[in-house]
Design a protein around this ligand. Structure first.
Ligand SMILES: [Zn+2]
Length: 226
């Protein structure tokens, strides 16, 4: 049985000050002037999928919104306020050039739906439904048990990307050529990303040797917190 060990916040922060902050102090001090992140990242709250780590970026490089399932509620839904505010701020104020929506394999929320372990009407079930209908009204949760978990997460991400385009601020910025929206799935078993190909439903895996371009633009500056 796995022994659960409580997180020690104080010891962790003292170690961070000593081993990370002090050696990189000059880089951290640059960030005092303000932030100019390279992208808005919308991802799952799963503790195994750490945005900055899987994209190898440091403090100041990603503006991050995480929730269960990496869901983008429809802009007309009351649940859109949090993400909508992040979109307004990231696009209007921070002027990010890219949005990355990142789902992941082994997603516990989606697995619970497939395995029928989620109580109908629970907060979790109601939340997942916020992101489960595609533009044709196809309800992924209703059909989840007919799909593999990999199919479900890819369809789920595709729906979230399409729903993002329903936000005026996103659609207008994309139309004006100031913003690009990307969908991807992270595999915690391999560390690899599958990236949605523009205009189609399929996702393509990028292996290390094949990766010549990033889904993020080049960094202006980077603080390596590793
Ligand atoms: Zn997840």
């Amino acid at each position: 049985m796995t022994q659960r060990i409580g997180i020690n916040l104080v010891q962790g922060n003292l170690r961070f000050q000593r081993e990370v902050f002090e050696p990189k102090k000059a880089s951290f001090e640059e960030l005092i002037q303000g932030q100019q992140p390279r992208a808005l990242y919308v991802g799952c709250a799963d503790s195994r999928v750490v945005a900055e780590m899987i994209l190898d970026v440091g403090p100041g490089e990603l503006f991050v919104v995480r929730n269960i399932g990496a869901i983008v509620p429809h802009p007309n839904d009351d649940a859109s306020t949090s993400l909508g505010a992040a979109l307004d701020y990231a696009i209007h104020v921070l002027e990010v050039p890219d949005i990355v929506v990142c789902g992941h394999d082994l997603c516990g929320a989606l697995r619970a739906i497939v395995d029928a372990n989620t109580k109908v009407g629970s907060h979790l079930e109601r939340w997942l439904r916020k992101g489960s209908s595609d533009v044709q009204g196809f309800d992924l949760i209703d059909h989840a048990r007919e799909m593999s978990i990999e199919q479900l997460v890819e369809r789920f991400v595709a729906v979230q990307v399409d729903t993002l385009m329903e936000y005026d601020v996103v659609r207008d910025s994309v139309s004006a050529g100031r913003l690009s929206v990307h969908g991807c799935v992270y595999d915690p078993r391999t560390g690899r990303l599958r990236i949605r190909q523009p205009g189609v439903e399929s996702f393509m895996e990028f292996r290390p040797v094949e990766t010549r371009t990033s889904i993020l633009p080049p960094p202006a500056s980077k603080v390596d917190a590793a």
